[in-house]
Design a protein around this ligand. Structure first.
Ligand code: AP5
Ligand code: ZN
Length: 217
């Protein structure tokens, strides 16, 4: 199965993708995570992406498509993927169609997480993740059972993202509305669009998403 999660920064794409990974045995494929790994590793792509990501703009289609293509070709992705943060432009959406037609796969659903922009600043500003396993947390909305200790792996090294500040969130929201939101109509035209209200609590959104995935995948 191929599922796409669409939505602005902070909508909960990463949070929900990891939950779907656990419950449906799918692989989460986040271009944001792949790019952050490239930045940390200091690859050519990472060097080019770093300043763009810090300013909240979109990394070039060329770099993102190359990174996605490599990851999608790895054997574990054959069991099905949840695309989190890709595609983000019309060019990326067309590149994805071309890649999938090569492998004979099709998009089961493109799910738009519908949220208010205003709430996204709070979600993004309070976010932190476990350095050990990548589990996501929030200062207010999702705290680990024991403060500072990851529920999943017991790790105690928590990290905050360089681009999670109020100024950058505004640029990221603008990039979303200009370049990514038009994909909602693109996937509607293909008959695979689903919308979900993502303003509710994490578990409520997860329940709604699980229903969509069960019928679509
Ligand atoms: P990326 O890593 O994709 O970031 P993003 O789209 O800005 O999305 P986020 O990771 O911020 O949000 P999310 O929706 O995953 O929310 P989360 O679940 O963490 O991209 C980063 C950068 O990389 C981009 O700006 C760009 O430069 C570049 N990039 C990446 N892909 C690209 C592409 N395809 N093309 C070009 N450039 C690309 O949730 C947020 C917080 O809220 C968490 O703390 C969570 O615990 C909490 N939360 C989640 N759901 C709820 C809820 N229902 N209620 C309350 N709190 C909640
Ligand atoms: Zn962890």
């Amino acid at each position: 199965a191929v599922l796409i999660l669409l939505g602005p920064p902070g909508a909960g794409k990463g949070t929900q993708a990891r939950m779907l990974e656990d419950s449906f045995g799918l692989v989460q494929l986040s271009t944001g995570d792949l790019l952050r790994a490239a930045v940390a590793a200091g690859t050519e792509a990472g060097k080019a992406a770093k300043s763009v990501m810090e300013s909240g703009g979109l990394v070039s289609d060329e770099i993102v498509i190359a990174i996605l293509r490599d990851r999608l070709g790895e054997p574990d992705c054959a069991k099905g993927v949840i695309l989190d943060g890709f595609p983000r432009t019309a060019v990326q959406a067309e590149a994805l169609d071309a890649l999938l037609s090569e492998t004979g796969q099709k998009i089961n659903a493109a799910i738009s997480l519908e949220v208010d922009d205003d709430a996204m600043v709070t979600r993004v500003a309070g976010r932190y993740t476990c350095g050990g396993c990548g589990e996501g947390y929030h200062d207010t909305f999702k705290q680990p059972k024991v403060a500072g200790t990851c529920d999943k792996c017991g790790g105690t090294e928590m990290k905050r993202r360089a681009d999670d500040n109020a100024e950058t969130v505004a640029s990221r929201l603008a990039a979303y509305h200009e370049q990514t939101a038009p994909l909602i109509a693109y996937y509607d035209g293909k008959g695979v669009l689903q919308k979900i209200d993502a303003m509710g609590q994490i578990d409520a959104v997860a329940e709604g998403l699980a229903k969509i995935v069960k019928t679509a995948a």
